[in-house]
Design a protein around this ligand. Structure first.
Ligand SMILES: [Zn+2]
Length: 335
């Protein structure tokens, strides 16, 4: 076989191998699910926050925490530093990539400037900028994290809210689809991701019904025509309280079951609202557990394909080089 024929054979082999490896992988359209926990604040129950967060830790599913920096408007100084129990807990999870520290307004108090409840929308730009800046600085001082996602209280912001967020370096914004008449868009360097569904209720039956409704909405998002690639499941941490203010274990279990159900759906990846790398599980969980393999992320799978194809190519070309070398040596002896 001459050199050209060997080279052609090698090329065909590499192409066939790479096609085979790639087609062996499922090719899911990337669909992201993000959890948004609003109303994380000092002087509230840390036990409930810990219990809800533990579900995310156990399931290895990230959550964006919407932190209210200054819930008592009459208070002075950084209120995030004034509740020691909350402060210590928040600091203990601040570097865990499962938890995104986002900013949820400043006081979270309805200023009654609009017919609907709002803290930010309706205020002049300069005021919004100042409030947002104060809260951002408080979060940074208390937890050493600069939030990159802004969530206006009552899911209500306006053009000035977005402008202030841009000015302060926020890269993500999440509220209701009504704010900018979009479920997902990119404006002035900020990605807007509206809440897709809310879960939670005081009554356990209503809570369970909200999970069922969330499942239906999730299926619609995954199966129907999509105008966005991210489904945002929002909840309030206090919605997991029981009537007497303690953690309601049944509600915690319902959240866990919902996440377990999400993991069985093909093509789903979990993501933080800021979409930063958190290195966790996703769509291939179902496939991997079905065949008893360890969990691979989509990114890891792509890397695996790359490494496999690369290895095959290296082996084939090495074999070719050795054969060529031997042939040259043989022909050298003859000459
Ligand atoms: Zn809120």
């Amino acid at each position: 076989m001459n050199r050209k024929a060997i080279l052609a054979l090698l090329l065909v082999s590499v192409i066939l191998c790479s096609t085979g490896v790639v087609s062996a992988q499922p090719a899911p359209t990337e669909k992201y699910i993000a959890f948004r926990d609003d109303d994380v604040q000092p002087f509230a129950s840390v036990d409930t926050l810990k219990a809800v967060n533990q579900v995310h830790i156990d399931e290895n599913v990230p959550v964006t925490l919407g932190i209210i920096p200054h819930p008592y408007p009459g208070g002075t100084g950084n209120e995030l530093l004034q509740d020691n129990q909350s402060l210590l807990y928040m600091r203990s999870i601040a570097t865990n990539p499962l938890f995104e520290f986002a900013q949820h307004g400043y006081t979270h108090i309805n200023d009654r400037l609009l017919p609907q409840a709002s803290e930010f929308a309706g205020r002049p730009y300069a005021q919004q900028l100042e409030l947002m800046q104060n809260g951002q600085a408080d979060i940074k001082e208390a937890f050493g994290v600069t939030p990159s996602t802004f969530i206006p209280p009552f899911d209500k912001g306006d053009n000035n809210t977005l402008k202030a967020a841009v000015a302060l370096g926020f890269t993500h914004y999440s509220s209701s689809p009504g704010d900018f008449h979009t479920v997902q868009s990119y404006e002035d360097g900020v990605t807007i991701e509206a809440a897709s569904v809310w879960i939670g209720a005081t009554n356990i039956t209503a809570f369970s019904a909200s999970i069922q409704a969330a499942k239906s909405a999730t299926e619609q998002f995954l199966n129907g025509p999509q105008s966005s690639d991210m489904f945002v499941v929002a909840y309030h941490v206090w919605a997991f309280d029981s009537a007497n203010g303690t953690v309601d274990a049944r509600k915690i279990e319902l959240l866990r079951n919902y996440i377990d159900w999400l993991k069985t759906l093909p093509g789903v990846q979990f993501e933080r609202l800021d979409r930063s790398q958190w290195g966790g599980s996703n769509a291939l969980v179902a496939l991997s557990s079905a065949v008893g393999l360890s969990v691979l992320s989509i990114r890891q799978s792509r890397l695996l394909v790359f490494v496999l194809v690369g290895s095959v190519a290296i082996v084939l070309f090495s074999t070719y080089a050795i054969a060529l070398h031997r042939r040259l040596r043989r022909s050298g002896r003859r000459d």
